[in-house]
Design a protein around this ligand. Structure first.
Ligand code: BG6
Length: 292
């Protein structure tokens, strides 16, 4: 671990040299690099690496609320809290190998959290890096309350892309989506693959695995997920970028958020129940269209 502004960060390194860096602030993945040291996640040049806000980039965790669909602050409070290292987490099911570099983090409801969200929870996050550089995030949320509660969730993943106008998202064709730019109205995707020429802020419903092709870089991000039915696609484009203070005016060209998420149908947990949301990110050279 190392410190930045007094906040611990954990560095994972695979035997072949891929790496990932995770901050205890928000349990946020801040960096994911290939074996050759290429950064795969976007972080704004204007990012602020100090609480209380999440860093603009990497993979902030939206919990227990996505966006402003509820009474909590935008995207919930988990991304703004200090997490602790979980020295002795309960075994994962299915059993995950402990052999690959990983870190287990824990967030529990604080007294202050209980005032704004009166549901006692335990949130365990594992971030693991495989030998081939795949990054896996496993979230486990447990209800340690005496009443049921519901939440929504997203891994708000900022992928680094070379030029947004050269990027296509596949795997969401023909799906229904809620458009945040039209009062969350429901539409059906008609096109082949999604390309970008203006602001996009959508929640695709019941998506399976998704691929993000970066034609200029000739690489494809593959997003595999479990327990996360929805996929958020967000790019603020020119006008919105200017309104975001910790984001450069032109930086929308170099990023695309594609999140594995559970939004449309909130997850409900009875007392003692646990939910698992698993995301696996990999990057492969793209020849043409990758097969999922
Ligand atoms: C997206 C939302 O997922 O996150 C957008 O759909 C929002 O509406 C964006 O602007 C960034 O949110 P924040 O709180 O990190 O600025």
């Amino acid at each position: 671990t190392k410190d930045r502004n007094g906040i611990s960060q954990v560095l994972l390194r695979s035997p072949r040299g891929a790496s990932a860096r995770i901050s205890l602030h928000g349990g946020q993945v801040l960096s994911w690099k290939t074996e050759s040291g290429e950064e795969l996640l976007f972080t704004s040049s204007k990012a602020i690496f100090k609480p209380p806000k999440a860093v603009r980039g990497g993979i902030p965790i939206c919990f227990p609320q996505f966006g402003n669909r509820g009474s909590l602050e935008q995207h919930g409070f988990a991304r703004n809290r200090m997490w602790i290292i979980d020295e002795n987490p309960p075994p994962l099911c299915p059993i995950e190998s402990n052999a690959k570099p990983h870190i287990d983090l824990l967030l529990k409801s604080s007294e202050d959290d209980l005032k704004i969200w009166p549901h006692n929870f335990q949130f365990r996050l594992r971030v693991a890096l495989a030998v081939d550089g795949h990054l896996t995030l496993i979230s486990r949320v447990r209800n340690v309350n005496c009443k049921p509660f519901s939440f929504s969730f997203a891994y708000h993943t900022y992928f680094s892309v070379s030029d947004i106008s050269e990027v296509r998202v596949e795997g969401i064709e023909t799906l229904d989506y809620l458009d945040n730019l039209c009062n969350r109205e429901r539409f059906t995707e008609q096109g082949d693959a999604l390309t970008f020429e203006s602001e996009v802020d959508r929640v695709y419903l019941t998506a399976s695995d998704v691929a993000v092709f970066d034609h200029e870089k000739k690489r494809t991000f593959v997003i595999r997920k479990d327990g996360l039915p929805d996929v958020v696609v967000w790019n603020p484009w020119e006008k919105k970028s200017k309104a975001i203070t910790d984001f450069g005016d032109e930086e929308y060209k170099q990023m695309l958020c594609v999140d594995g998420a559970a939004i449309e149908k909130p997850i409900t947990l009875k007392p003692g129940e646990e939910w698992t949301g698993r995301l696996e990110l990999s990057v492969v050279p793209s020849i043409k269209s990758a097969t999922l």
